[in-house]
Design a binder for this molecule. Sequence first.
Ligand code: GTP
Ligand code: MG
Ligand code: ZN
Length: 306
Amino acid sequence: MIAGARRNHGLVRSAVGGTYEVELHQGPVIEAVLRGRLKQQQRTGDAVVVGDRVEVQIHEDGSHTIEAVSARTSELARVSPRAGRHRAKVMAANVDQVVAVFAVAHPVPRLRMLDRFLVLAEANALDAVVVANKVDLAGPDGFEPFRVYERIGYPVLFTSAATGEGVEALRDALRGRVSTLAGPSGVGKSSLLNAIDPELDLRTGVVSAAVGKGRHTTVSARLIPLSCGGYVADTPGLREVGLWGIEASDLDLYFPEFREHLDLCRFGRSCTHSHEPDCAVREAAEAGAVPAERFDSYVALLAGED
Ligand SMILES: Nc1nc2c(ncn2[C@@H]2O[C@H](COP(=O)(O)OP(=O)(O)OP(=O)(O)O)[C@@H](O)[C@H]2O)c(=O)[nH]1
Ligand SMILES: [Mg+2]
Ligand SMILES: [Zn+2]
């Protein structure tokens, strides 16, 4: 072999305290640090993040350095807890889709939170999949709240980690893609991942400790490889954080079922659809063309309510 270094491409699987776990192309997972210009740029924390495709230099002493980062196809961002509301912090790169997991029962689905996740997906131009888990516990009306999402065009998977129902469909939805799982505690996210991929052996049923709302905890993500191909991004903080720097005036754009009505409001794009006369979106909600629940959710999010 020629003296000096070799190069390879890789995928950043985790980033903690300046050390990066990189899965080398057709190779092992190694630890690397940043070099040169990248190190300077990393002050903001955004130069290299989980999900980045990077070029790695393999040194003779066995160490590795990240030398370059490929252009991202997408960024999952949130408002930086440090920098206040004006800077978005990139949590993960090249994520394909947001998989929003809720339970039909135990706990009762919090659809306002689901709407938040869907807004996040729309704002980041990511695909979204809705999972309604614990169908084995569903009462006669348990499926109903989720039908709204089917109606407005989101794929909805009805699953049970307990019986295995719908698990195959979920595996198909995750296969070969980088997905972010989002959802409240106890809905069965870990149980579903274990059902899809028993080798993961994730802990379940442990009620997550409420870690002081992430004030001093570093917000870092991790990519978990799935044996069916693809990765699940485990992004702490996704549950609690608000609407990542989304302008109130853009919020309506992220409700896809509003779109065809937006140009028809009397005040056009300056209509906030909350109090204005001749608002086409509100009229659509009253007429049932837009689901009333979603309209209410929009108004609540606009007002900054949880
Ligand atoms: N009946 C029923 N119980 C389920 C199902 N999926 C998960 N559970 C149970 O629900 C509880 C919570 O499941 P977890 O997989 O730990 O939930 P989680 O979403 O990962 O929760 P956090 O890690 O706290 O965010 C456990 O007791 C599971 O056994 C299901 O489909 N049906
Ligand atoms: Mg879990
Ligand atoms: Zn309007």
